[in-house]
Design a protein around this ligand. Structure first.
Ligand code: SF4
Length: 614
C-alpha cells in the first residue's frame, strides 16, 4: 500500500497547496497508482464536468512499489477525464519521474483549478513553488525540460511537461517526462494546457520505508531470477518493441493504409536490420533490469540531425505503414516531431492515416483540406500535418480534435478506426477475436495495454482463432493489469502475463501486510468496475462496446487477413459472455450486487463517498 499515506493537493486557481491523509481503508482497497487515481476521480470529478473545465483534475499517482528496489518499479499513472473521449482516462509513463515524485513524500499529487497565466509548479518535499512560465509557453518538450533542469538544479529533479500541442488543446496531446517518456493516450497534455500548466518539476529526499527488509531483498532476488529466466524478456532486451514489427506483420496485425490492408510491397524497407544498424544507445527506466529502449541515429542528411529514443513498435506502425510511409529515418523524424510537439504518436498516426487514405482514394480533394503542398513527398506530408495539428493551423485545427470528430466533419465517419472515440493502436482487430474483444472492452477506449490476448493466441496457449477461452482470459488479464498498474511496475520485465507471486510478495514485504494474487486480483476487479461506473455515468453502455462497422463488414483482400472480419453477431456473443463474467447487466452496466460484493456500495453510489462499504 502507499507508503506515505498522504496526497498533495495543488490548486492552480488559488496558487495554494495542502497535504491530506489518504484513508487507510481506501489504501487497502486500491493500493496506489491507478487504483488510488480511479477512486479519487470518481468521487471528485462530476459526470458532467468537461475535460477542459477547471473542475476536471489531474491525478499523478506513482505506484506503490515506486521508490523501492523492486524491479522496474518506475511508473506513475495519470488519471483524468479524457479530452479525446470525454470518458475515464488513465495513462502511465516510465523513466525516472515517478521516483522523483515519490521522493517528495506523496503517494499522489492532485492538480485542480486553472492558472490565469502559464505556470510551472515545482514540488520539492513538502513545499510547492508556483513559477511564472510565460517564457516557456511555446517551447518544445525538450527545451522546457532542459531549461527547468538547469534553472531549478536540484539533485534528482525530474520534469513532466507539455509541448505546443498541449498548450493548443490538441485532444491527443501527451504529457512527457525524461524527454522521451509519455503519458500519451487520450489527451492528458491538453488537460494540462487547459490549466495553463506547462510543467510539474519534482524532487525530494523522502525514502520509502520497507516493513520487512530481509523478506524484501529475498523477494527482489526472486523476481530478478524470474525475469532473467523468462525467454520472452530476452527478445525485448535485444531488439526493443520494434522487434515485434516483423512477427506482427507476418500475422497481419500491422495496420496498413488506415487499416485497409494486411500486406504492403514496401514492408522490407522496415526490416529489423534497418533499425538495428541505426542503433546507437540503450536506455533503461528506473530499476529496470531489462532496458528495452533503444537510441537511434539517422543515416544521411536530416533536417533535425539528432538522435532519438525509439521509435517503438506502435510509432513505427502508426506513422509508417498506416500512413503508407516506409522510410525508417522519416518515421524516426516524425517520432521526434511528436516528442517535441507533445503528440501521442498512435492517435497522430491514426488521424493522419485516415486523411491520407481519403486523399489517396479521392474521397477528399486537396482543396477541401486547404492543402497547399501537393508536391510534397509522403514523409513531408506526414511531418507537415503533425506541425499543422500541434499548432492548429489550417486543416490541422480540425485534425487536432481527433480522428472521430474530424471524420464526422469531413463526412468520413465510416473510415475511422476507433472505439469510444479512442483511435485503435497498431493491431488490426481482425487479427484475432481476442484482440477485438480487448479493444471493445478497454476502460479508456481502444487500447492494447489492458490485455493482450494475441500473445497467448500466437503461442498456442489460446486457440489462434475463435472465441474459446478468450473472454475468460480478457477478464482476468484486465483485472491483473489493473492491479499491476497500482504498483507502478512496467509490464515488460514481468512478461505481459497474468499476475505471478512476485508482485504480492514484493508488496507484502514493503507494507508488512499479507498480499497474494487473489487479493490483488480483487483490487484490479474493483478498479475495473469503478472505471465502468464512471463511464456509465457519462452515458456509456453496450452500444459503445462494438468495433466500428467496417471491421465487421469489410475484409482485406490480400495478405494474412484476407477474408477476415469480426461479424457483429460474434461481437454480441462475446459481449454477452463478458458482461455475465463481470456481473454486469446485458446492457453493460455494473449491477449493485456485484459492486456490493467488491465493497463499492458507497463509492459507486450516487453520493460517491470515499469510503468502502457493502
Ligand atoms: S522494459 Fe523498457 S519500458 Fe519497461 S521499465 Fe524497462 S526500459 Fe522502461
Amino acid at each position: 500500500m502507499s507508503p506515505f499515506h498522504r496526497l498533495l493537493r495543488i490548486n492552480l486557481t488559488e496558487r495554494s497547496f495542502r497535504q491530506e491523509e489518504i484513508p487507510s481503508e481506501i489504501e487497502r482497497a486500491f493500493v496506489g497508482g491507478k487504483g488510488l487515481g480511479t477512486a479519487y476521480l470518481l468521487t471528485e470529478v462530476g459526470a458532467d464536468t468537461d475535460p477542459f473545465d477547471p473542475g476536471n483534475k489531474l491525478f499523478f499517482c506513482p505506484g506503490a512499489l515506486v521508490g523501492t528496489l523492486a524491479p522496474a518499479a518506475c511508473r506513475y499513472e495519470l488519471v483524468t477525464v479524457s479530452p479525446l473521449t470525454g470518458l475515464y482516462l488513465d495513462c502511465n509513463a516510465g523513466g525516472h519521474y515517478a521516483t522523483a515524485l515519490k521522493a517528495s513524500g506523496h503517494d499522489m499529487v492532485v492538480v485542480e483549478g486553472a492558472a490565469s497565466s502559464p505556470t510551472v509548479v515545482h514540488v520539492h518535499d513538502s513545499e510547492v513553488d508556483f513559477l511564472d512560465a510565460d517564457e516557456l509557453w511555446g517551447c518544445s518538450i525538450y527545451e522546457t525540460e532542459m531549461t527547468l533542469l538547469q534553472r531549478l538544479g536540484q539533485p534528482g529533479l525530474r520534469v513532466a511537461s507539455i509541448g505546443v500541442a498541449g498548450e493548443n488543446l490538441v485532444r491527443f496531446a501527451c504529457i512527457a517526462n525524461d524527454f522521451s517518456r509519455q503519458a500519451a493516450r487520450g489527451g492528458p497534455g491538453a488537460v494540462m494546457g487547459s490549466k495553463k500548466l506547462k510543467a510539474i518539476a519534482a524532487s525530494g529526499t523522502h525514502a520509502v520505508a520497507i516493513a520487512r527488509p530481509t523478506e524484501f531483498i529475498a523477494a527482489v532476488d526472486q523476481a530478478l531470477r524470474q525475469i532473467a529466466d523468462n525467454p520472452w524478456v530476452e527478445g525485448k532486451r535485444a531488439h526493443g518493441t520494434v522487434g515485434s514489427l516483423e512477427p506482427m506483420y507476418a500475422v497481419g496485425a500491422v495496420p496498413i493504409r488506415n487499416f485497409t490492408a494486411s500486406e504492403a510491397a514496401d514492408m522490407p524497407s522496415l526490416a529489423l536490420e534497418e533499425f538495428e544498424h541505426r542503433f546507437a544507445m540503450r536506455f533503461a527506466c528506473a530499476m529496470c533490469p531489462l532496458s528495452c529502449s533503444k537510441g537511434y541515429r539517422l543515416l544521411g542528411d536530416s533536417s533535425f540531425g539528432q538522435g532519438i529514443e525509439g521509435p517503438e513498435y506502435e510509432t513505427v506502425s502508426m506513422l509508417g505503414p498506416n500512413c503508407n510511409l516506409y522510410d525508417p529515418d522519416a518515421i524516426a523524424e516524425a517520432n521526434y516531431l511528436c516528442n517535441q510537439l507533445g503528440l501521442d504518436t498512435i492517435s497522430a498516426g491514426a488521424t493522419i492515416g485516415l486523411v491520407l487514405q481519403a486523399l489517396d482514394d479521392g474521397l477528399l480533394s486537396p482543396a477541401q483540406l486547404d492543402w497547399p503542398e501537393q508536391s510534397l513527398s509522403r514523409a513531408e506530408q506526414v511531418a507537415a500535418l503533425l506541425e499543422a495539428i500541434a499548432k492548429r493551423r489550417g486543416i490541422g485545427d480540425l485534425l487536432a480534435e481527433g480522428a472521430l470528430r474530424a471524420a464526422q466533419a469531413l463526412d468520413l465517419e465510416k473510415l475511422v478506426p476507433h472505439v469510444k472515440g479512442m483511435e485503435l493502436p497498431a493491431y488490426d482487430p481482425r487479427v484475432s477475436e481476442g484482440m477485438a474483444l480487448a479493444f471493445m472492452t478497454s476502460d479508456r477506449g481502444a487500447c492494447h495495454l489492458r490485455t493482450w490476448p494475441l500473445g497467448r493466441e500466437l503461442s498456442g496457449e489460446l486457440p489462434r482463432f475463435g472465441t474459446a477461452g478468450k473472454v475468460d482470459f480478457v477478464v482476468q488479464q484486465q483485472n491483473d493489469k489493473a492491479a499491476e498498474e497500482c504498483l507502478g511496475v512496467c509490464q515488460f520485465p514481468y512478461g505481459i502475463g497474468l499476475l505471478t507471486d512476485d508482485l504480492p510478495r514484493l508488496l507484502g514485504a514493503v507494507t508488512g501486510q499479507p498480499w497474494d494474487c487473489p487479493a490483488l486480483r480483487t483490487v484490479g476487479e474493483r478498479i475495473w468496475n469503478l472505471s465502468r461506473v464512471f463511464n456509465v455515468r457519462r452515458g456509456v453502455s453496450r452500444r459503445d462496446d462494438y468495433l466500428p462497422e467496417r471491421f465487421s463488414t469489410q475484409v482485406p483482400l490480400q495478405g494474412p487477413l484476407a477474408g477476415r472480419r469480426v461479424p457483429r453477431q460474434l461481437q454480441e456473443q462475446m459481449l454477452d459472455e463478458y458482461y455475465a463474467l463481470r456481473g454486469w447487466s446485458t446492457h453493460g452496466i455494473p449491477l449493485p450486487s456485484r459492486l456490493a460484493q467488491l465493497g463499492l456500495g458507497c463509492i459507486a453510489s450516487a453520493s460517491a463517498r470515499l469510503e468502502m462499504c457493502h
